[in-house]
Each structure stands twice: as C-alpha cells, then as structure tokens.
Design a protein. Structure first.
Length: 285
C-alpha cells in the first residue's frame, strides 16, 4: 500500500496543478503575514482597533463583502499550503529520509501544516457566520497550567518557540533562504528585493518569536498565565518600550517583508515536482 501511495504521489508531483497548488499556498501565506504587518502599523498609528495578529487579520477581512472575497481566496490558499506541508511530511517530497533528523524535520512540516490548516478552518468559520472561540494566549496557558505537569509543558513549548525564533534569525543572517527560489530566472531588481525582504523578514519574525517564547517560559516559571503573550501582545509590549512606535514599526515592516519574500517564492520558488519531472525522483527542493 505504501509503494502505491508513493507512486501515485510521484505522479501527482510531476503535474502542473501541484506546482500551482504549492505556489498558490505560498502566495496566501505571504498575504497573511503582509496583512498582519500592515495591521500592526495601523494599530500603532491609531488608524484601526483591530488586533495585529492572524486572527485579527481574518476578522478584519471578513467585515465587508468586498474584503470577504479576499478572505475566501486566503482560505483556499491556506488549505493549499497545508496540503503542501503534509505532503512534505508524509510523502517525504523533500527526501529527508527516516533517520532521526529526517523524522524531526518531517514532523515539523506536519506541525506547520496543522497550524495553517487551523488558520484556514478559523477563517472558513468566519465566512460561514460562525463565531470561533476568541481565547488569547493567556487563556490557553491557563488551561495548560491547570493540567498535571502543565507548567513543564508550557515552559517546554516556550523553549521550542524560542528555538524556532533563533532558527529564523539564523536562516535570515546566513542567507540560506536564497536557496528557496531560482535567482537565475529573476530580474536583478527582483533578486535584490527578494534578498532584502528575506533577510529582514526572517530576522524580524525570529525576534518576535523569541519574545513570545520568553513570555511563555516566564509564565511557566511564575505559574502565571497572565505572563503568557501571543503575537498581538508582543507588538503591544514593543510599543510600551522607549521609542516603542519605532520598534513596532520596524517589526511590522519586517512582517510585511516576510510576506513579500513568500510572494517571491510563489513566483520563483524551487519545488520538488520540477526536480521530479527532470530526474524521475523525489528530490530536495
């Protein structure tokens, strides 16, 4: 059965629709991050009261029929991105293998896909007129802390979020993100823009994730759910610091830059189906 699954997956990977699916998914991801960044800037300037996070972005887009159309596109795109990540995890389209390192990376692909699938479901629920739960980070942390060993779980999750943030910073500083798209097929201006957006976007996103991880670890140590903060609280914390408007502006522009980087991948990304079509195997993207 597994051999049949892999054979059918190979055939699907070599098709044009899969290429479009992956690119559409990255485009939707870029639009989400870009929207969050713009909302963070507008929130600091007092132009909007919407929360600068993914959920707030979805809720803002669903407020009018015109923007609701964009929300529909994002829902479809996020489901496409989820599908791409699940194929990375289960079909091993990146040829990570079954070793400890490969299984860890494939598990991370699954986790990423599940997160964005959750975003897509939340947005779809808004479109259907449902009111999903509006729990904040401290609400979820309070429920976790109430469980046996909950403080250790919250602390471990905070460490993981911090490690993800450090990895984002390293990915940006090292320039490894440039392997994600085909530079030779890009115009010089596109290459420069993609490099700048990739570097600044990854570093900015990584710093915000490190801040969120710190909040979670502190919440676990103090056994206080109110110390746990999500994305919107992280932006709010930056705004409370000296020169807070400039700090939030710099972070928000970074999230917009990351959105542009995702759009660069959507247009010029290297995907496994292209390698498969050329060489007859599931190669690394």
């Amino acid at each position: 059965m597994w051999k049949v699954f892999r054979r059918e997956t190979r055939e699907a990977l070599s098709s044009e629709w899969f290429d479009r699916l992956a690119r559409f998914g990255f485009g939707a991801k870029g639009a989400v991050f870009g929207t969050v960044g713009v909302m963070a800037v507008l929130s600091v300037l007092g132009a909007t009261g919407d929360d600068p996070d993914v959920v707030g972005a979805f809720e803002a887009l669903g407020e009018t029929p015109a923007t609701a159309v964009l929300l529909v596109v994002l829902v479809v795109g996020l489901f496409a991105y989820m599908t791409w990540r699940f194929l990375q995890a289960f079909a091993d389209v990146e040829s990570e293998g079954s070793g400890a390192r490969g299984l860890f990376k494939r598990a991370s692909y699954f986790a990423i896909g599940a997160i964005y699938g959750g975003f897509a479901i939340y947005a779809a629920a808004l479109l259907l007129g449902m009111q999903p739960g509006d729990e904040d980070a401290d609400d979820w942390t309070a429920m976790a802390l109430a469980l046996p060993g909950g403080a250790y779980a919250v602390g471990l999750f905070g460490v993981i979020v911090g490690i993800v943030g450090l990895n984002e910073i390293f990915f940006g500083v090292s320039g490894r993100y440039q392997n994600e798209y085909r530079q030779r097929r890009m115009h010089h201006v596109e290459r420069v823009a993609a490099r700048g957006a990739g570097w600044y976007g990854h570093v900015s996103r990584g710093l915000v994730y490190c801040l969120i991880g710190f909040f979670l670890v502190r919440s676990a140590i103090l056994f206080d759910p109110d110390e746990a903060h999500g994305l919107k609280e992280a932006f709010a914390t930056l705004a409370e610091q000296p020169y807070g408007i400039w700090l939030v502006g710099a972070a928000a522009v970074g999230w917009v830059a990351f959105g542009l980087y995702c759009l660069a991948i959507a247009m010029h990304g290297e995907f496994s189906n292209e390698e498969f079509s050329s060489h007859g195997g599931l190669e690394d993207a």
